[in-house]
Write a protein that binds this ligand. Structure first.
Ligand code: ZN
Length: 263
């Protein structure tokens, strides 16, 4: 995802953008693009977690001071905050102030695999760009374990009651806002989609180098016994529809219950 943030910074500052019909993409080779790739463009500021693994409040204050000035040479200054979910509340609150009144010509890009860890106020200030292509992203391990467990339980029973019981594992353990709850379920469904994609790769004997979850290969082999072939393809389609339903703000329990009955 960090790569996508870099690409976005390039799109904002490229000196010779490439026209692609209704969108424009950066060229990747002009002076601005190559300086961004090398991490030396003066108007692209990347903030990464400190040695304690957190983006801290001093770093955020420092970046806010820097965006007070006009961009040095680019059209837009891009501030990339990597692993934004590592910010504790004080850092997020400091950031919120600048997100509420963004300085002209600056764009903040928060990179995170766990948007549900951001304060709702920060979350709501940021239009969301989703970069996950199912199958290419290794999901958060804990989330993936849960997704895997649900697939295993569902494969072991046709009983609707027991399947719906398994669906509970996909739901948040404590109540949150609708958005937070939907993101919780969606993250599990994306992990599930990634697993099913891998199962499909295994059952078609396609190139195993394409596996997204290669480090749990034995688990994938077990899943492939139940979800190989047509069932896996149908299941993948059902997960996709469930994610769409969440995007349309469907209730999390209804979506989870519906899904486990389709798998
Ligand atoms: Zn360029």
């Amino acid at each position: 995802m960090r790569d996508m943030a870099t690409a976005l910074a390039q799109a904002l500052n490229c000196l010779s953008p490439v026209d692609q019909g209704d969108t424009r993409d950066s060229c990747g080779s002009c002076a601005a693009c190559s300086r961004i790739t090398r991490g030396v463009h003066p108007d692209v500021v990347a903030v990464v977690p400190d040695d304690k693994g957190r983006v801290n409040v001093e770093q955020i204050r420092d970046v806010i001071d820097r965006v007070g000035f006009r961009p040095f040479e680019g059209r837009r200054r891009a501030v990339i905050i990597d692993e934004a979910d590592t910010m504790l509340a004080p850092a997020q609150s400091a950031l919120l102030k600048v997100l509420e009144e963004p300085p002209p010509s600056s764009v903040f890009i928060l990179v995170t695999a766990r948007p549900d860890m951001l304060l709702p106020t920060v979350h709501s200030r940021c239009p969301r760009l989703r970069f996950e292509a199912a199958g290419n992203v290794t999901a958060d391990a804990e989330v993936r374990d849960v997704a895997c467990g649900v697939l295993m339980q569902v494969s072991a029973t046709d009983d609707p009651g027991r399947r719906i019981e398994a669906a509970r594992d996909l739901l948040p353990t404590r109540p949150g806002t609708g958005r937070v709850e939907r993101e919780h379920v969606a993250s599990h469904l994306r992990a599930m989609a990634s697993l099913l994609r891998d199962v499909e790769i295994l059952s078609t004997r396609a190139n195993a180098a394409a596996l997204a979850n290669v480090e749990i290969r034995p688990v994938l082999d077990r899943l492939a016994k139940s979800f190989g072939g047509d069932r896996g393809i149908r299941a993948f389609g059902a997960v996709d529809r469930a994610l769409e339903a969440l995007d349309r703000n469907a209730g999390v329990k209804i979506v989870a219950d519906w899904l486990v009955l389709q798998l």
